[in-house]
Design a protein around this ligand. Structure first.
Ligand code: HEM
Length: 332
């Protein structure tokens, strides 16, 4: 009898244990459609679809290295190798095409009444220093950044992979280190010129009249016209965005994880392409596009007739400020 009771106890215990195990079994075991990552026959593709990544276990302290496959990385790679190259090519080559067509059809914007022989101070030495420091850094950042996007397909086979690697290494150092003076330049540009760059009704009128670029019309403008204000904001916002996203990439895993860095790269690279295209337009107008413009940033002065033609309101303000033309000086 005692033996029978002992047997029955054993059977009841086993049934209770089986019941508990069934209740505590993983959810996946109750859902035949889901994947059991430890099953021997599991398919890699199925795992990826369900888990969005394949992750294992490791012994080194860097747990990020345990992720073996992460399909979002493939989407990012597709962006980097295909979409971004299209964005860059369309923006930059498109802008170059517009500039060439504009130059061939309209030519240089001339000084209509010739030079007066008297000049007026437009930018002081500090302003010009900040402009050229930022511009130099920008050009090197643009060339070295474009090398990351287009360098390998364009140059690796032409110059050989060893030469391309050496150049790319130096280009990467330049991109990393020049980011600092560039950022300082953008901050200084924001501070020194914000006063003259708040958009107003005069700018709306300036844009409505095409900035006087397509006719002999000369819409009035203050120290900065609508187009220059647009460039100012492109530099401040584009420079600010490329700096923030660039530093997220430069100091990986400090500010954000893998997905954040992928997003940062997408924004950095897209903004960079549009930024480069916009600056090509700026460089054109400041050099061969407009007579007398380069000297404003070169020597810091412009001819009084240039000021009258392009920045009438600013010239009037300057005259009121120093009626005897204290800031105006005869050209040498
Ligand atoms: C101001 C601070 C900036 C910082 C900290 C910065 C940093 C970086 C970093 C770390 C990368 C990734 C490079 C790599 O994958 O090895 C990068 C890529 C790039 N940068 Fe910058 N950058 C800055 C400004 C600029 C500017 C002003 C431009 C454009 C004029 C620019 C254009 C690019 C381009 C085109 C890429 C390549 C994007 C790609 O193909 O993935 N960057 N930058």
């Amino acid at each position: 009898m005692a033996k029978l009771v002992a047997h029955m106890r054993l059977i009841a215990g086993a049934v209770a244990l089986a019941f508990m195990v069934a209740l505590s079994a993983p959810v996946s075991a109750q859902q035949p459609s889901s994947v059991n990552p430890t099953a021997d026959a599991v398919k890699e593709q199925q795992l990826l679809q369900q888990l969005k990544m394949i992750q294992g276990r490791g012994t080194i302290p860097d747990v990020k290295s345990y992720v073996l496959e992460h399909p979002v990385g493939r989407d990012w790679q597709e962006f980097h190798n295909v979409t971004l190259r299209w964005i860059g090519a369309i923006a930059i080559l498109g802008m170059l095409a517009i500039i060439i067509i504009f130059y061939l059809s309209c030519g240089m914007v001339k000084l209509e009444s010739g030079r007066s022989g008297r000049t007026i101070v437009r930018f002081n030495a500090f302003e010009r220093f900040v402009h050229w420091m930022t511009a130099t850094c920008f050009i090197i950042l643009a060339i070295t950044g474009l090398n990351v996007t287009f360098g390998r397909p364009l140059f690796a086979s032409t110059f050989g992979s060893e030469a391309f690697t050496t150049w790319s290494e130096w280009a990467k150092y330049a991109h990393n280190y020049l980011s600092f003076p560039f950022t300082i330049g953008v901050v200084l540009i924001f501070l020194i010129w914000i006063g003259g760059n708040i958009p107003n009704a005069i700018d709306v009128e300036w844009f409505k009249r095409g900035g006087g670029l397509f006719s002999d019309d000369h819409p009035p403008a203050g120290h900065f016209n609508g187009g220059q204000k647009a460039i100012y904001w492109i530099v401040v916002l584009g420079g600010g965005t490329s700096a923030v996203t660039g530093y997220l990439l430069l100091f990986p895993f400090y500010g954000t994880g893998i997905s954040g860095m992928q997003l940062a790269e997408v924004i950095h690279a897209t903004v960079a392409m549009l930024f480069i295209a916009a600056m090509l337009g700026h460089i054109y107008i400041g050099t061969i596009g407009m007579e007398g413009a380069f000297e404003a940033m070169g020597e810091g002065t412009v001819d009084v007739n240039w000021a009258k033609q392009h920045h009438r309101l600013w010239l009037e303000e300057e005259k009121q400020r120093s009626p005897k033309g204290a800031r105006a000086q005869p050209a040498e």
